[in-house]
Design a protein around this ligand. Structure first.
Ligand SMILES: Cc1cc2nc3c(=O)[nH]c(=O)nc-3n(C[C@H](O)[C@H](O)[C@H](O)COP(=O)(O)OP(=O)(O)OC[C@H]3O[C@@H](n4cnc5c(N)ncnc54)[C@H](O)[C@@H]3O)c2cc1C
Length: 377
């Protein structure tokens, strides 16, 4: 079967995974990325077994060379650090990983160059729109040039230029920002450490810490309300955050204090695009379904999408197949992530006590629907 030439817009985790998955199906592609090179983002990422399994299927086990396999996830209470629940992260066939995001992206980029050719990723190419002409699709760039392709994969994230052709609803601002920093592991007093993911839940806020970089560093994510997505700066000082985390346990305050300055990321989501593959254009990842990071699934779902697009390529009913396979799942994950906005941030009271009791007795298999392999196309 001859495949159309594919243009992938965006060299994030979704776009790069798509390029590798396409190569495995014998399809050639070029990836266009607006940045002049890959950003050296030192922050961490959790790669859950459902996503890791897809990367294993693509032969990318080496991507996890510097990753940690945490034994479990602990949910703790904000004020007194008591454990509300412990989740065993070792019960899945493929590990749950935590790692530097840049290590994953670099491994994917190398895999694209190996499988699609050394020039397959073109940096400094900002897409401004796509025009589906029926027999081909044009990708336009900000330097007034255009390229033709048989299929465009829009993997260009939350503010996707490709998704503009689908007229999506604007992303919804959640009223919260996530502040991120990476600390030396020695800064991790208290329960945070090299073998677990820890999340503290409290009124209108929560905080997550997990090990990365072979256990040498700790990734810290501090979520806090903010009426406006924009702030005075793209970073925030630990002192400002500590004011917001007054009354929280010293284990949490100590981590925030050790961070000094944290990157500030406004959190958005949107209901998934109902028909993510139209004609010669398909959306994956945040371009199709930006979600809140409360289940740590945005990149994982982008990876699942990327593999599903490649698996659909040979099918005459590819658009319908892709939507039927992916939409029920991304809807469920987006909704569950959105629910975290309320459930994680409950003020102390009867509803919080009910939540804590439910967490304490949750079955080990409660997240198998998420961490298990997604339905094949
Ligand atoms: C605080 C926080 C923590 C998170 N933690 C996790 C986690 O632990 N696990 C997890 O699975 N997910 C996590 N996520 C979600 C995850 O980061 C995103 O869902 C994921 O990066 C989406 O991948 P993507 O490839 O779809 O888009 P992106 O990562 O946004 O990549 C899009 C790429 O397209 C490029 N681009 C954009 N516009 C254009 C254009 N016009 N032309 C050309 N190129 C363009 C961008 O430069 C970028 O390289 C987290 C998110 C946040 C905010």
């Amino acid at each position: 079967m001859t495949h159309p030439d594919v243009a992938v817009v965006g060299a994030g985790i979704g776009g790069l995974t798509a390029a590798v998955a396409l190569a495995r199906r014998g399809a050639r592609c070029v990836v266009f990325e607006r940045h002049p090179c890959l950003p050296e983002d030192g922050a961490g990422i959790q790669v859950s077994p459902n996503a890791a399994a897809e990367l294993y299927r693509l032969g990318l086990e080496d991507a996890f060379a510097t990753a940690i396999r945490p034994a479990g996830r602990e949910i703790r209470r904000w004020r007194d650090d008591t454990v509300l629940s412990r989740v065993d992260l070792t019960r899945h066939e493929v590990p749950y990983f935590t790692m530097r995001r840049a290590d994953l992206v670099r491994a994917l980029l190398e895999a694209v160059r190996r499988t699609q050719g050394p020039d397959a990723v073109r940096f400094g190419r900002r897409c401004v729109g796509v025009w589906d002409e029926g027999s081909r699709v044009l990708v336009g760039f900000d330097d007034h040039t255009a390229t033709a392709a048989g299929l465009v994969i829009g993997a260009d994230g939350l503010r996707s230029a490709v998704a503009g052709a689908f007229r999506p609803e604007p992303p919804r601002y959640s009223g919260h920002v996530a502040c991120r920093a990476v600390l030396p592991i020695e800064a991790a007093g208290g329960p945070a450490g090299p073998d677990r993911v820890v999340a503290w839940l409290g009124p209108r806020r929560h905080c997550v810490a997990y090990p990365i970089d072979r256990g040498r560093q700790l990734n810290l994510v501090v979520t806090t309300p903010a009426p406006h997505p924009t702030g005075p700066a793209e970073t925030v000082g630990a002192a400002d955050l500590l004011c917001q985390y007054r009354g929280w346990h010293p284990a949490v305050r100590g981590l925030i204090g050790a961070a000094r300055r944290l990157g500030r990321y406004p959190l958005y989501d949107r209901p998934p695009t109902p028909d993510p593959w139209r004609g010669r254009v398909v959306l994956i990842g945040d371009a199709a379904h930006p979600m809140l990071p409360f289940l740590a699934q945005g990149a994982a779902q982008a990876i699942e999408d990327a593999v599903a697009v490649a698996d659909c390529l040979d099918r005459p009913d590819a658009p319908a197949r892709y939507a039927a396979t992916r939409l029920p799942r991304v809807r469920r994950v987006t909704e569950a992530s959105h629910a975290g906005l309320h459930a994680y941030h409950l003020p102390d009271g009867p509803e919080q006590q009910r939540r804590d009791r439910a967490m304490a007795v949750a079955a080990p298999a409660a997240l198998d629907w998420l961490y298990g392999r997604p339905a094949p196309v």
